[in-house]
Design a protein. Structure first.
Length: 325
C-alpha cells in the first residue's frame, strides 16, 4: 500500500510540475507582448494584481489561518516573495528585453542542475552520483535549447554588445534568485504541514503585492514614456492574466508538487517552464521546432524519467528484499 501510494504521489507531483511549467512559460512571452512597458512596470502590474486577488481569496479563511503563521513564517514569506517573484521577474523581464528570449532561456535552463545539486545534500535525497546520467541529459538538453536559441537570435540580435552583457547578467541574477526560492520554498512547505499549499501561495501573493506597492513610487519617478488607453488596456490584460494563470494557479500547482516530490526531482521539473516558453515562442513566430529543438525536448524527457528511476531504485530494492524474507 505504501509503495502504491508513493508511486501515485510521484505521478501526481510530476503532473503538477508540468502544469506549472505550462503556465509559467508565459512569463517569457509577456515582456514581448507589452514591450512598450519597462520590466519594473511589468513586475508591478503582475504582482499588484497577484496581491489583490490573493487578498480577496484569503479573507474567508483569515481567522483560522493567521494563528498558524508566526513571525518566522512571515520573514520566510518576505524572502520567498522577493526571490521567487519580485526580484526574479524584474531580472527575467530585463534579460528578455535586453538580451532576448534566446539567451534568457539558455541561462534559466540551468535551474534544474543548480537545484538538483543543492537538493542532493538533503538526508533523504538520492546521492548525486546516482543522478549523474540524469544531469548529463538535462545539461545536454539545455545546451541544445541554448545553441538553437542563440543561432536564431543572431540575425536580429537586440541592442549592442553592452546590452547583451547586461541581459546576460540579469539572466544570471534571475537564475540565482529563483534557485534560492525553489530550495527555500520546498523546505518551508515540508515543515509547515498545517498550512495548505493554496493558502501558502495566497500568503506569498499578499506579501508580493505589498512589495509591488513599495515599487510604485520608483516606477513613477523613472517613467518617461506616455502610453495611450489601448496600450494600458493591453498591459492590464497581460498583468491580470499572468497573476491568475502563472501566479495563482501555477504557483499552487508548484507548491503541491513540492510537497509530493523530493528536491532532487523538483529541480528536474523546473526545465518544463523553459520548454513551454519555447513552444509559445514557436506559436508566436508561427513556425515548427527544428531538429535541434526537438532533440532538446527528448533529452529533457529522458532526464526526468532517469531521475525518477534513480529515486525509486532504493525503495524497489528494499521491497524486493522484504519479499524474499
Amino acid at each position: 500500500m505504501d509503495r502504491q501510494s508513493g508511486i501515485s504521489s510521484t505521478i501526481i507531483g510530476i503532473a503538477c510540475g508540468i502544469g506549472a511549467g505550462v503556465l509559467w512559460g508565459f512569463a517569457f512571452l509577456a515582456p514581448e507582448l507589452v514591450r512598450a512597458f519597462s520590466p519594473l512596470q511589468l513586475t508591478i502590474g503582475r504582482y499588484l494584481s497577484y496581491g489583490v486577488i490573493s487578498a480577496l481569496l484569503i479573507v474567508p479563511r483569515w481567522r483560522t489561518l493567521s494563528p498558524k503563521i508566526a513571525r518566522r513564517e512571515w520573514w520566510a514569506l518576505a524572502w520567498l516573495a522577493l526571490t521567487g517573484n519580485t526580484l526574479y521577474y524584474l531580472l527575467l523581464s530585463s534579460a528578455v528585453q535586453l538580451g532576448g528570449i534566446a539567451m534568457t532561456s539558455l541561462v534559466i535552463g540551468l535551474l534544474p542542475v543548480a537545484v538538483t545539486i543543492i537538493g542532493s545534500r538533503d538526508l533523504d535525497a538520492v546521492p548525486l552520483r546516482k543522478l549523474t546520467f540524469s544531469l548529463l541529459l538535462c545539461a545536454s538538453g539545455t545546451i541544445c535549447i541554448g545553441w538553437q536559441a542563440v543561432a536564431l537570435s543572431v540575425p536580429g540580435s537586440p541592442g549592442s554588445v553592452s546590452a547583451q552583457v547586461a541581459g546576460l547578467l540579469c539572466a544570471i541574477g534571475a537564475l540565482i534568485s529563483w534557485t534560492s526560492y525553489a530550495v527555500g520554498n520546498s523546505r518551508c512547505l515540508s515543515r509547515l504541514d498545517k498550512v495548505s499549499v493554496h493558502d501558502w501561495n495566497l500568503l506569498t501573493g499578499i506579501v508580493t503585492g505589498a512589495q509591488a506597492l513599495v515599487l510604485i513610487p520608483i516606477a513613477l519617478l523613472l517613467n518617461t514614456t506616455h502610453h495611450n488607453g489601448l496600450a494600458w488596456a493591453q498591459f492590464a490584460g497581460v498583468s491580470i492574466g499572468m497573476a491568475v494563470l502563472a501566479s495563482i494557479v501555477g504557483n499552487t500547482l508548484w507548491n503541491r508538487m513540492s510537497r509530493l516530490l523530493p528536491l532532487t526531482l523538483v529541480g528536474q521539473m523546473i526545465l518544463f517552464e523553459t520548454l513551454f516558453a519555447l513552444m509559445y515562442g514557436f506559436l508566436w513566430e508561427q513556425r515548427l521546432p527544428t531538429l535541434l529543438e526537438t532533440t532538446a525536448f527528448l533529452l529533457v524527457a529522458l532526464s526526468v524519467i532517469s531521475c525518477i528511476a534513480a529515486r525509486r531504485r532504493p525503495a524497489d530494492r528494499q521491497a524486493s528484499m522484504t519479499a524474499r524474507v
